[in-house]
Design a protein around this ligand. Structure first.
Ligand SMILES: Cc1ncc(COP(=O)(O)O)c(C=O)c1O
Length: 268
């Protein structure tokens, strides 16, 4: 692992950092492909918007770009960027003068979820529910305990992802992905205005669909809608679009949208 903390090589942070104490910060997981950070502008925009919404001073985009390039020593790797509010004394009250902590770390390209089942991923439903909070919805903040508990629900290596519902039983996303469904001619994805992360790959799919003149909408989605869909796929910054073959042991519809999107993604 190759790590910069506030621009300097390091592997530790202050124990009073609010990212550690309270999850008071944000992160981005960026795919480096052929030496280029994929969808970098989307990552930087989401990070800046998150900083703005949380009242954290946003790191300079040019500085981050340089640090991402510096840590990424392999052409294909994963770069994780973490920005926290910085260190403070004990207590939740956000300090007015904290200096944000910036961590940029590169990791080897991983074996991705779904690679074990090349003709389509197997998914399950998780029991752990997502709680609603409009102030946090969409953000990629550091508070990921719901996802940690959900991902702890299974250890079958062949299950690529678990889908998560909100308190009302509506679909939101996967533990580490967003969800898309082709219903008739329309591409649908659950809204992320109460909980869930507004993924960069989700944004890329929605924009790609709109450029092709394909109807794409954010909706309230019920779990049973997946079984009637023509195609289901999940997305994130590393996997692109991953077609889903099976959900809770039931075979799903198979289409070509995910494959077509990935073909486009391979060129960006
Ligand atoms: C909870 C959650 N939702 C959605 C996503 C997908 O986001 P992105 O496309 O930005 O990788 C992730 C990615 O890790 C995630 O952890």
């Amino acid at each position: 692992m190759n790590v910069l903390v506030n621009g300097e090589p390091a592997t530790t942070i202050d124990v009073m950092d609010r990212g550690l104490q309270y999850g008071d910060g944000l992160f981005e997981t960026i795919a480096m492909r052929k030496g280029r950070p994929r969808l970098l502008a989307y990552h930087l925009e989401r990070l800046a918007e998150g900083c703005n919404r949380l009242g954290i001073a946003s790191p300079d985009a040019a500085v981050l770009g340089r640090e991402i390039a510096k840590t990424a020593t392999a052409p294909d790797c994963v770069v994780k960027v973490i920005v926290t509010r910085g260190s403070s004394g004990r207590g939740y009250r956000p300090p007015t003068n904290a200096a944000p902590t910036r961590i940029v770390a590169a990791f080897p390209w991983p074996v991705l979820a779904g690679e074990r089942t090349p003709d389509g991923a197997r998914l399950r439903f998780c029991d752990t529910r997502l709680s609603s909070n409009t102030r946090l919805a969409g953000l990629k903040h550091l508070g990921r305990l719901e996802q940690v508990l959900a991902r702890g629900e299974w250890d079958d290596e062949d299950i690529a992802e678990g889908l998560m519902l909100d308190e009302a039983g509506m679909l939101v996303c996967g533990t580490q992905s967003n969800l898309f469904v082709l219903a008739g001619e329309e591409l649908l994805t659950p809204r992320v205005d109460r909980c869930g992360v507004a993924g960069v790959m989700r944004r890329a799919v929605l924009e790609w669909a709109s450029r092709r003149g394909m109807a794409a909408r954010e909706v309230a989605m019920r779990p049973q809608d997946l079984f009637a869909a023509a195609e289901v796929f999940v997305t994130n910054a590393l996997i692109g679009a991953l077609p889903v073959r099976e959900l809770d042991g039931r075979v799903l519809g198979r289409g070509t949208i995910a494959v077509e999107f990935n073909r486009w993604l391979a060129q960006v």
